[in-house]
Design a protein around this ligand. Structure first.
Ligand code: UT7
Length: 332
């Protein structure tokens, strides 16, 4: 291997955008649909309301988030080299949603594909984007996390329908022009637990049939308690690893940017790694769990707070199982 040819360019996030649909599904609305109540949902999850996209597909959310990023940052769409859409709710099972999104935003010189890692999709996508930039091959990678969870939720199942919402967020990765950017990552997965959070049918394991439809195998199923336990321990373990490996003291971390699945999971993670409440970013009350969109929506909602050099620690856990943590210094 010719080491001189390896380019160790650091990748930085240089722009952020986001989009949530206007329609609100509140806890009070859900009280009329299933046997639940606002007090239970608020105390067990921290969620008050979520956004729902009517009559359109995930690409609509992704395009809106990308256009928000492009217009606010004067990005020339034709200068984008690649577009990745992290999603588990693609427009269609075949034909990458990312390809349609790239064409729709005018990224005519880009190649595009989808990345599927459920609630860790955006975290994994940041690792992928940063690696492409570090390779020196591409200069502008647009990463979008977008999910229309309402398209796969069973609104008669109170265990899941109270949790999820629709939304999208986007970031642009470019070579860093200062010393800040992607610093470290710790990513893991465990497929032995895949049945604990899944849509059983519609893939090659159980192709769509009369039986799969009648059994409701096309909507999301979750063993809430199992997922909760894993999420609490693994998000904290991963974040702790990142802290140790980078000699980060609790008070040095500017913000924890955690996947928004449950306020109790976020609080437990923050607590285990020794962070105070003002170091933890949270918007779960307003959007619920938007799967691949939670982390970029958090960045978009809080970007005015960030200063150059701020130390951000990301953590996520999701179906698969997939999980991990990452460390990034804010570059602009
Ligand atoms: O983002 C991907 C990863 N996903 C997650 O991280 C989600 C992880 N799991 C969770 O967040 C939680 O497990 C849930 C929010 C899904 C459930 O919370 P929980 O505290 O684990 O509740 P539970 O399932 O243990 O249920 C406690 C009680 C039960 O009643 P009993 O048996 O104690 O009488 C449930 O039947 O609460 C009842 N319950 C509800 N009550 C009102 C369950 N769902 C509801 C509901 N409204 N929607």
């Amino acid at each position: 291997m010719n080491l001189e040819k390896i380019n160790h360019t650091k990748a930085a996030i240089t722009a952020v955008g986001g989009y949530v649909p206007d329609t609100i599904l509140s806890n009070q609305d859900l009280e009329k649909m299933v046997d639940t109540n606002d007090a239970w949902i608020t105390s067990r999850t921290g969620i008050k309301e979520r956004r729902i996209l009517k009559d359109k597909a995930t690409s609509f959310l992704a395009i809106k988030a990308a256009q928000d990023l492009i217009s606010k940052n004067n990005i020339e769409p034709e200068s984008i080299d690649m577009v990745i859409v992290a999603t588990i709710t693609p427009d269609m099972n075949v034909a990458a949603t990312a390809a349609y999104v790239a064409s729709s935003i005018g990224a005519f010189n880009a190649f595009a594909y989808d990345l599927s890692a459920a609630c860790s999709g955006f975290l994994y996508g940041m690792s992928t984007s940063a690696a492409y930039i570090a390779s020196g091959k591409y200069k502008k990678v647009l990463l979008i996390g977008a999910d229309k969870m309402s398209s796969i939720v069973d609104y008669t199942d109170r265990d899941t329908c109270i949790i999820f919402g629709d939304g999208a967020g986007a970031v642009l990765f470019e070579p860093s022009i200062n010393e800040f950017g992607w610093e470290d990552e710790y990513l893991r997965s465990n497929g032995e637990e895949r049945m604990a959070l899944r849509i059983k049918a519609g893939g090659s394991l159980y192709p769509t049939s009369k039986e799969t439809v009648e059994n409701k195998w096309h909507t999301l199923f979750q063993e809430g308690k199992t997922v909760f336990k894993y999420a609490v321990s693994e998000m904290a373990n991963a974040a702790e690893k990142i802290k140790e490996r980078n000699n980060l003291k609790g008070e040095e971390i500017s913000y924890l940017v955690p996947h928004q699945a449950n306020k109790r999971i976020i609080d437990a993670t923050a607590d285990k790694i020794g962070l105070k409440e003002n170091q933890v970013l949270m918007n779960i009350a307003f959007y619920g769990n938007t799967t691949a969109a939670t982390i970029p929506l958090l960045l978009n909602d809080n970007k005015s707070k960030f200063k150059k050099g701020d130390k951000l620690v990301f953590a996520a856990f999701g179906g698969g199982f997939t999980w991990g943590a990452a460390y990034l210094t804010w570059a602009f």
